[in-house]
Design a protein around this ligand. Structure first.
Ligand SMILES: [Zn+2]
Ligand SMILES: [Zn+2]
Length: 319
């Protein structure tokens, strides 16, 4: 079974893919992402690998945006890819070179461009899950791209907030305003150059959460200049290194790279990356328990200003 089912109470699609349960057990000491496995080129630096058990697939039934009814269902047509960051199996993403991050960004951009030409795709969700605490058992450094046929609810909510703000403030971008205010206050800034700024958001929901915002108002990866991409690679690298130096081990985290929907071009949105780490202290993990999961209310036990200070102090130096 592979279908989207409508959650009428939360107004969101749930992907039902029973095939994923049948994922084969990988042989020990064998990794499909390693050169020589027969599944990837013998030589690569970054590589796009089609997800073997995709949640969204070009072969699935088409998505019908007008499907309705209490128990509406439709097809999950889209695409899912794995982005291999490096051929080196045990290299943590924090140790990627700038040149390597730059190639990852170019691959994200190329894939976004390809999906932009496909009318089935509404949003290109680029992301990385890192660490066993996030359920990643494969150490090989990789991220993913989900090309989705609908705008997922969190992005929809951000779009609605940005639209409401623009309507009330002469068309201003909510993200640009938030960034302007963060830069003015300064207490939560972790690292900034002329193209990107990284900060712990005022109302961070995750421990050590960081957002990277483009300083210029850009909507997607496709809008970034070469210089901006170089700056983005540098900023991602700095934050990843700081995370691993914060507690002295690989920080388990989620890294969504958030861009505007491909087709709703009049709605305000602003390109940014979020880092959502799960380690709330050197020894404790943050679990998304009932209050977060069922009631959507996050409890943060570190002041964002204090976390920004700890991250500024963690290597590498950024001032
Ligand atoms: Zn590997
Ligand atoms: Zn903006």
């Amino acid at each position: 079974m592979h279908q989207l089912r409508w959650h009428a109470l939360l107004q969101q699609w749930v992907v039902v893919t029973t095939d994923r349960q049948n994922r084969p057990q990988m042989p020990a000491n064998w990794c499909p992402f390693d050169p020589g496995s027969g599944r990837v080129p013998d030589h690569y630096d970054v590589h796009l690998y089609p997800n073997d058990f995709p949640a969204f697939s070009p072969a699935a039934d088409p998505f019908d945006p007008d499907a309705d009814g209490l128990f509406a269902e439709t097809g999950p047509r889209g695409a899912c890819d794995v982005i291999l960051y490096s051929p080196e199996h045990t290299l943590p993403p924090s140790r990627l070179t700038l040149e390597n991050w730059r190639k990852v960004i170019d691959l994200w951009t190329r894939r976004t461009c390809e999906h932009a030409a496909n009318p089935d795709i509404a949003l290109v969700a680029v992301f990385e899950n890192c660490g066993e605490a996030v359920g990643v058992t494969m150490p090989h450094p990789h991220g993913q791209i989900y090309a989705m046929p609908f705008i997922p609810p969190t992005v929809q909510r951000e779009l609605t907030s940005a639209q409401q703000y623009a309507d009330a403030h002469d068309g201003e971008c909510l993200f640009c305003r938030l960034l302007e205010e963060e830069l003015k206050q300064g207490a939560r800034i972790v690292s900034a150059d002329e193209h990107f700024a990284a900060f712990v958001p005022y109302a961070a929901r995750f421990p050590a959460e960081v957002a990277i915002y483009a300083r210029r108002h850009v909507r997607t990866l496709l809008d970034l200049s070469e210089e901006e991409k170089a700056s983005l690679a540098r900023t991602i690298s700095i934050i990843r290194k700081k995370y691993d130096n914060l507690y002295g081990f690989l920080m388990p985290l989620m890294m969504p790279v958030k861009q505007a929907p491909l087709r709703a071009t009049s709605t305000p949105y602003h390109f940014h990356i979020q880092f959502l780490p799960l380690q709330r202290s050197p020894t404790k993990l943050k679990y998304l328990a009932t209050i977060e999961t069922a009631y959507g209310t996050f409890l943060a036990d570190t002041a964002p200003e204090q976390m920004a200070e700890s991250l500024r102090r963690a290597e590498p130096a950024t001032s």
